[in-house]
Design a protein around this ligand. Sequence first.
Ligand code: NI
Ligand code: MN
Length: 220
Amino acid sequence: MGIKYLGHSCFEIETKGKKILIDPFLAANPDYKPEGIYDIFVTHAHGDHLGKAIEISKETGAPITAIFELANYCAQRGAKTHGIGLGGWVNYSWGKVAAVPAFHSSSTPEGEYGGCPCGFVFEIEGNTIYHAGDTCLNSEMKTIGEFFQPDMAMLPIGGFYTMDIEQAVTAAEWLGVTAVIPMHYNTFDAISVDISEFERQIREKGKLPVIMKVNQELGK
Ligand code: NI
Ligand code: MN
């Protein structure tokens, strides 16, 4: 399994030759080519997460998995979709995924209701990975930790719209993860942080900060 950071909250996970794309907002990555994309996941309808999901779905044929209302919005614009709800595991050829609560809002670029925002828990090749989407710190993370026992979390740390560093560090403790990939920071002025402060606070809790540069890859 490989994880590639594409900027903001966007990641590509590769497993057995199949690529999974999450929240494809590619402002930091104008030359990105969506090759080999097999499934697309979108946590909520805001432009900095929906990004190019519809275009990439149409180009590659990869379906978009999203909360029902957002999936319908994408389907109306020509994308293939799986509209799901917060709940149990959904099976894929490469693993399984559950949509979990996120505390945020979700409206489409046209201002329509986008359904509830969510995070995703992925189980791939025996690894359990939680992508939080946009959210504040919330006690659901204790449930996610207890029930799904994730190994690693992608957590927003930029503040203003989501958790800040301090909340993300507490989230990492509640989730019981061993490693955290920070996301949703330094893309815009409102979410600028001192990343060394995140690194320091996460290490203080005995957890591993995995700070990824745009287009950097882990694992394989
Ligand atoms: Ni958002
Ligand atoms: Mn966002």
